[in-house]
Ligand binder design. Structure first.
Ligand SMILES: Nc1ncnc2c1ncn2[C@@H]1O[C@H](COP(=O)(O)OP(=O)(O)OP(=O)(O)O)[C@@H](O)[C@H]1O
Ligand SMILES: [Mg+2]
Length: 321
């Protein structure tokens, strides 16, 4: 009888999707009288790449530190890879590159990696550790002391540290802040290869273009709160239409403005299309413009960039206050 119940329970649990890489709910943190994080909740699925965005002081690093148990939240819950964040074992399969990275200056790059492998209680063969250094372009500096490393080289080492112990979740707090353009491109490839291997990544960067290229979803923080979150498709769903038109009379201009927010530069018009569109907006607009005697030279669909969208969200938040 008991066996059957156990089997049933196992079946039930087996049928559940794996726990997310990160789950947090209602995270809150005050420093003195300043509230740094005010009720932040989000998840990062297994193998998902999520970008944490927001202006300076928005609370991104504070959130990351609470997820990793480096800062104690005043309220809220954290689960990492299905284990409570309070449990140190939850962090064994997590790789982390801190915002302000500093590694033991008296150790060589290879020794720093070896220390972190031991701290993670992992067993990673020397050859694999060498590969981790090669991955970040430090193969020929493995025996050199960190003391003599440039800032960018230290950040590269930090990336190797984050990746070396075969993590299932990698948290990168501004991983390219000290990197040259080539290094940034390398990080992009690195994140994509992690994703391809099913490793989840939580990434915080001010380089929106980079985030847009690698992230499946973004969480936008502003003044300690989640201002917006969603997949890129959801957040950038707002489409626009660029038109090159001949002489536009008042009636035609009114028709354009009635479609959505309108911007004009010479004979080029940009209209933001409504979110709910059954596909008739553009043909309807063009038919009407032609009917109003306007010559239509070009009609080009466009997409709002993540940067424009982010600025729009943050400015809107500002107006709400
Ligand atoms: N140890 C601390 N003591 C006091 N205040 C802190 C501490 N850490 C963070 N704060 C405050 O919390 C707020 C959020 O800081 P946080 O570092 O999380 O921002 P951020 O979003 O990572 O910013 P940035 O983009 O500049 O890295 C800021 O107002 C900051 O001054
Ligand atoms: Mg920060």
């Amino acid at each position: 009888m008991e066996d059957t119940a156990l089997q049933a329970a196992e079946q039930l649990l087996g049928g559940l999707p794996p726990s997310p890489a990160v789950w947090c709910s209602g995270l809150r943190k005050r420093y003195g009288r300043r509230t740094a994080v005010d009720g932040v909740s989000f998840t990062v699925g297994r193998g998902e790449v999520v970008g944490l965005l927001g202006p300076n002081g928005a609370g991104k690093t504070s959130v990351i530190k609470m997820l990793l148990g480096l800062v104690r939240p005043d309220a809220g819950e954290v689960l990492l890879l299905g284990r409570p964040g309070r449990d140190p074992a939850s962090r064994e399969r997590v790789g982390y590159l801190p915002e302000l990275f500093r590694y033991q200056p008296w150790l060589s790059a290879a020794e720093v990696l070896a220390v972190h492998v031991r701290l993670a209680r992992a067993s990673v063969p020397a050859e694999e550790q060498r590969q981790a250094l090669a991955l970040v372009g430090l193969a020929d500096r493995a025996g050199d002391r960190v003391n003599g490393f440039s800032k960018g080289m230290q950040q590269r080492l930090g990336l190797a540290v984050a990746l070396v112990a075969r993590p299932e979740l990698v948290v990168l707090d501004e991983p390219t802040s000290a990197l040259d353009p080539l290094g940034r491109a390398d990080v992009r490839d690195l994140v994509l290869s992690l994703k391809a291997r099913g490793v989840a990544v939580l990434l915080n960067s001010h380089l929106i273009g980079e985030v847009e290229r690698v992230c499946d979803r973004v969480v936008i923080l502003d003044k300690g709160r989640v201002a917006a979150s969603g997949s890129l498709a959801e957040l950038l769903g707002q489409r626009e239409l660029r038109l090159r038109l001949g002489a536009v009379n008042a009636a035609a201009e009114a028709r354009l403005a009635a479609t959505g927010s309108l911007h004009r530069s010479g004979d080029e018009f940009t209209v933001v299309l409504p979110a709910e569109d059954d596909g008739s907006t553009v043909p309807g607009l063009i038919t009407d413009l032609v009917g109003l005697g306007v010559q239509v030279h070009a009609v080009e669909p466009g997409r709002i960039s993540l940067e424009e969208r982010l600025l729009g969200i943050l400015r809107h938040e500002e107006e709400q206050r």
